[in-house]
Design a protein. Sequence first.
Length: 240
Amino acid sequence: MTRALSAFYYNICGLPFDIQLRNFSQEEIKIAKKIYLKFGVRRFEIKEKGIRVHINRKNVKTVAESLLMRPIIDKFFDLQEKFNFLLLHSAGFYYQKKGFIFPAPGGGGKTSISKIAKKKSIIISDDCLIIKKVNSSYLIYGLPLTRPIFKAIKYQKRGFRLGKIYFPVKSKLNKVKSISKNRAFRLALIEALRLTPQRVAKQERPALRMYAFKFLDELLEKIPFAELYFLKNNGFLKKI
């Protein structure tokens, strides 16, 4: 099988990325390009030296699952403090001129909420997003790396101003319930730390936890939050 090296140049959350694929076949590289293009990401040249991510075939399970996702999530995790943003396990969309995020564990409703909202909102992410502090505001960005849950999703290069945080709860009715900052903080912190790369040594984890702690503490002081009990229909959009 012929092996090849291919480089892709992108800009994610304002950070230039130079992604190099090593030891992949030409066919696998074509698959990689198709995955990027599904999200509307286009190649462009970077004048300045970008952030390099090297993806080797030996380090991924399958092309569809990990080729474009886990290595870059790991890289973003390393850059959080330097560029003043937080990577969060969360769905997010833009609706009626506001950005909403829905942090939750696997099976917690992120995909369901995204599918329900897709016709009336701009989907930012169904699984993982970036919250970036810009002056006194917070912008949310999607990653063009999470699995395409439906064909309608397109990667949005621009950031959307965050308006509110909802912690989803599957229910038999649609309602919003107030919760304490302590509870909101615990729920959000779990979803921020859930993305910690396995390669991070135990002695490094306290510093990463402290950064997420400080970021979320400030975030929850400025951005309103609540629990969202929802049915699998668009009725919850009237509640937010």
